[in-house]
Design a protein around this ligand. Structure first.
Ligand code: NDP
Length: 298
């Protein structure tokens, strides 16, 4: 029986994850098909219930459901529990287990961004959604001592800070209002900037003014392309990376959870590159083009 792996999001059309995961299943001779389910929030509970069927190997969860799905899952791994966000589901019989492979995906991306330099201790994070939660947890885990989270809706950043509570008790985790002059003054005191908003996903906009970027910053944009933020940061002399590494490694970790096998990273990376060349996109960091405005992608 062909097994099914499902991506649930809204929207999900033309997913890069589909190309990447299907190539991995095919390369390893695993009889599985990766399906895209576009489900608005109101249909999420029914979609999750369908995952309990015998022919379902597991699922990915993407924008905007990563936090909303948590109460619908039977058991959470530590990473999913601490972040309060799920991007991958596996099945134990009819029970569903929620994982967060964005956390290891981000850890690999951060390592590559920092390279051989000493791991910094201060970061500014833009955004407070499911992606930002994986980022903040990843930063806390590698020993960051001060993390400032800016979000358009301040209450969501405050909710994130409150959620981390005890895991962040030994360090300073703060929510601040989305104001260019406050962001600029925090950036002057920091070494790492992570964009975990969807600004730049479907339009050529940057979340911050170019003048706020100074040459010694390390800048990671979770969006999988050369966003305006990355172009302006590079022009200012910053070290930059886009969301490709995180996308690849969260996908590889999910593949291993579903199949129990090491992920064929080279094949998945090649499938991503080919899919992009053919104009496919992802809700996980690939610009969505004109027909999918940022408001719906986020
Ligand atoms: P969510 O929908 O959970 O969060 C979206 C975030 O973007 C919120 O902080 C939201 O702020 C902010 N935002 C959206 N539009 C605007 C705007 N116009 N002005 C200011 N802020 C805005 O999405 P995720 O956290 O899951 O994803 C966020 C981004 O990270 C996306 O671009 C996604 O593609 C990328 N991503 C990439 C991954 C990868 O593997 N490379 C993995 C996970 C995410 P507010 O709360 O105020 O609405």
């Amino acid at each position: 029986m062909t097994k099914r792996v499902v991506l649930i999001g809204h929207p999900v059309a033309h997913s890069l994850s589909g190309a990447m995961q299907q190539a991995a299943f095919d390369a390893l001779g695993i009889d599985a098909a990766y399906e895209l389910w576009d489900r608005p929030p109101i249909e999420l509970p029914d979609a999750i219930a369908e995952l309990r069927a015998d022919d379902v190997l597991g699922a990915n969860i993407t924008i905007p459901h990563k936090e909303r799905v948590v109460p619908l899952i039977d058991r959470l791994t530590d990473e999913a529990h601490v972040t309060g966000a799920v991007n991958t589901i596996t099945r134990e019989g009819r029970r569903l287990v929620g994982h967060n492979t964005d956390v290891p995906g981000f850890a690999t991306a951060l390592d590559q961004l920092v390279g051989r330099a000493k791991m910094p201790r201060q970061a500014v994070v833009l955004g407070a959604g499911g992606g930002a939660r994986a980022v903040v947890y990843g930063l806390i885990r590698v020993g960051f001592q001060r993390i400032v989270v800016f979000n358009r809706h301040l209450h969501r950043a405050e909710g994130l800070v409150k959620h981390f509570g005890r895991s962040a008790a030994h360090m300073e985790l703060r929510a601040m209002p989305w104001h260019p002059s406050i962001i600029e003054s925090e950036l002057a005191k920091t070494k790492v900037l992570v964009n975990a908003t969807s600004i730049g996903l479907s339009s050529d906009e940057s979340p911050i003014p170019a003048g706020a970027l100074t040459g010694d910053l390390l800048v990671l944009d979770l969006i999988y392309s050369r966003t305006r933020l990355l172009r302006e940061a590079e022009a200012a002399g910053c070290t930059v990376r886009d969301g490709e590494t995180m996308l690849l490694h969260q996908g590889a970790a999910a593949f291993t959870l579903w199949t129990g096998q090491p992920a064929p990273l080279d094949i998945m990376a090649e499938a991503l590159a080919n899919a992009r060349a053919h104009g496919l996109r992802s809700t996980e960091g690939e610009p969505a083009g004109d027909e999918t405005p940022a408001a719906t992608a986020g």
